[in-house]
Ligand binder design. Structure first.
Ligand code: TZP
Ligand code: MG
Length: 235
């Protein structure tokens, strides 16, 4: 059975000096879990495969204690080796259909999309959720070519809403520059109905620096959760 996933506060990890400093990633993620993140993606562009598997295994142990799914960025092989809940794939990684063929129906597969066409293909190939972005320019990922802003994300949500049933059902998170100062505005702007009948809204926000890059990740995560839960002040 595929795990039921709550996407509202999606943590993407970062192991770089700029955000993590000399802290231990597994300890930082444990604090974020205590603060209430609802899904964790292990994203590490520099470690070798052995270290990736070791860290992912340690993260998976922590996530399991909190009943929170762990997905691995880029690497289907690492997800399989660790036995975690799934993968997150960008446009330059293994395509979603091939990953689905390897991982089977019960793992979570997410895809990064920046356009309607990428969203259409990801859903057709069997993605469970879409990471839509880049919302705002961010120091965490400097080479993002596609900064699509609120309007770009709204266009993709509207397309999904108007398309077939799998598109309407696919889960969505936005990523890029979301933090405690702009989260409620982002949610409000992405909540405004894109169609009158059954508007598709964003299911969550994905953050890196707003949790990994702060001194107290537990308090940061719990503050973001409370902002997500409280009525939008703009409504
Ligand atoms: N993909 C698009 S933007 C981004 C990724 C992984 C980084 C987002 O980081 P932050 O610190 O939440 O802006
Ligand atoms: Mg990738």
């Amino acid at each position: 059975m595929k795990p039921q996933v709550e996407y509202s506060l999606y943590l993407v990890t970062d192991s770089t000096e700029a955000l993590l400093g000399d802290r231990d990633l597994v300890e930082v993620v444990e604090q974020a879990l205590l603060g209430g993140v609802t899904i964790v993606q292990y994203r590490d562009k520099t470690s070798d495969t052995g270290d990736l598997v070791a860290t992912a295994t340690a993260l998976h142990e922590k996530c399991k204690l909190h009943n929170i799914p762990l997905v691995i960025n880029d690497r289907v092989d690492v997800a399989l080796a660790v036995g975690c809940e799934g993968v997150h794939l960008g446009q330059d990684d293994m395509d979603v259909a091939s990953a689905r063929a390897i991982l089977g129906p019960d793992r979570i597969i997410g895809a990064t999309v920046s356009s309607i066409e990428e969203a259409r293909k990801a859903v057709e190939r069997g993605a469970d959720y879409l990471g839509i972005g880049t919302l705002y320019a961010t120091n965490t990922k400097k080479n993002t070519k596609d900064i699509i802003g609120i309007n770009g994300i709204r266009k993709i949500l509207k397309y999904l809403d108007d398309a077939d049933e799998p598109s309407q059902k696919v889960k969505t998170v936005c990523i890029g520059g979301v933090n405690a100062s702009n989260l409620q505005r982002v949610l409000y702007q992405l909540y405004a109905p894109s169609s009158l009948s059954k508007p598709k809204t964003i299911d969550g926000v994905a953050v890196v620096s707003a949790i990994i890059g702060v001194r107290d990740p537990r308090t940061a995560a719990s503050h973001l959760r409370s902002l997500i839960a409280s009525p939008h002040p703009f409504a």
